[in-house]
Design a protein around this ligand. Structure first.
Ligand SMILES: Cc1cc2nc3c(=O)[nH]c(=O)nc-3n(C[C@H](O)[C@H](O)[C@H](O)COP(=O)(O)OP(=O)(O)OC[C@H]3O[C@@H](n4cnc5c(N)ncnc54)[C@H](O)[C@@H]3O)c2cc1C
Ligand code: FES
Length: 274
């Protein structure tokens, strides 16, 4: 049969974990392809997930490429497709096409310190590159994570974060004071200012709401970080995912193909359409 890039491949939901409940529910799904088809991805890439009869949504692959047994996606329930995904149960079948987009140039970062900065569901795209750096820890310098959520109940990967603290420096924050919280209270950029990361030989990866990214970058610049040391991802709305429909453009860039990963040196020269 003729190859058609738009046709998703069937994949089974092999596990579903509730990360966050309530109005801004987040679940983590692990998938395995049903037929012979599979793909290997790179850190920062995404895939188009489809629920039959509902539609498609572009989602970051949150598992590391070192993990060959499944692909993982952490998904915030926002609308039609993501709500349908949240209603599914283990063993159900979804469609997946991809992987799409560019990736974090993690091989070029060997020997450097890495600072990961995430807000809310923004930890999902970071998780892939963070786990890969941890899996090859001898290749990198010091690893640090800043992660902020509205409340402690809104954290994704809560159990994994506890384990992570044994392996690298983790600075958690919540937006407002809550009983029993012993770490930083305030927004992520304020936590960055409080901990004062050293820019020397360091790369940062920031993912989260656009407002958090903007002020996190400003905070890092105050400490002397240069544009080419600052990486982020752009989540413009997407339809085709393959550079055909023009839905995701920033100026001449197709974020689905040329992004979603950008250094600040690249992004600051593009129109502010993200
Ligand atoms: C490169 C990329 C990576 C992404 N990675 C993740 C991820 O790892 N986890 C995750 O939960 N979500 C991720 N998203 C966002 C996700 O694609 C949207 O939330 C999803 O498409 C919404 O689909 P829906 O049918 O459920 O909502 P719809 O019914 O289409 O819309 C519901 C609401 O969500 C808004 N919305 C739709 N698309 C986006 C978007 N791209 N960004 C912001 N708001 C949107 C709509 O404006 C509307 O208000 C990513 C998006 C992109 C482009
Ligand atoms: S989503 Fe269609 S061109 Fe990028």
């Amino acid at each position: 049969m003729e190859h058609n890039e738009y046709i998703p491949k069937p994949a089974k939901l092999i596990s579903i974990k509730e990360e966050v409940g309530g109005a801004r529910a987040i679940k983590t799904f692990r998938t395995q392809f049903i037929d012979e088809h599979s793909f290997s991805h790179q850190c920062g890439q995404c895939a188009m997930l489809s629920v039959f009869g509902k539609g498609e949504a572009m989602i970051s692959i949150s598992s590391s490429p070192l993990q060959k047994d499944y692909h993982q996606f952490s998904i915030l329930k926002t609308g039609r497709v993501t709500s349908a995904l949240h209603e599914m149960v283990e063993g159900d079948t979804i469609g997946i096409r991809g992987p799409y987009g560019n990736h974090f140039p993690i091989d070029e970062w060997k020997g450097k310190n890495l600072v990961f900065i995430g807000g809310g569901i923004g930890l999902a795209p970071i998780w892939s590159v963070l786990q890969t750096a941890l899996g090859k820890k001898e290749d990198y310098g010091e690893l640090t994570l800043f992660y902020g959520s509205r409340t402690s109940k809104d954290q994704v990967f809560r159990e994994e974060l506890k384990e992570l603290k044994k392996k690298m420096t983790v600075h958690l924050s919540v937006d407002v004071e809550e009983p029993g919280w012993q770490e930083f209270v305030g927004f992520v950029p304020a936590n960055i200012k409080d901990k004062a990361p050293n820019p020397e030989n360091t790369i940062t990866v920031t993912c989260g709401p656009p407002i958090m990214i903007k002020f996190a970058i400003l905070a890092l610049q105050e400490f002397g970080f240069k544009d080419e040391q600052l990486y982020t991802t752009v989540e413009n709305k997407m339809k085709c995912g393959i550079g055909k429909c023009g839905r995701c453009n920033i100026g001449p860039h197709y974020v689905c193909k040329d992004g979603p990963v950008y250094s600040w040196a690249e992004l600051k020269n593009l129109p502010q359409e993200y």
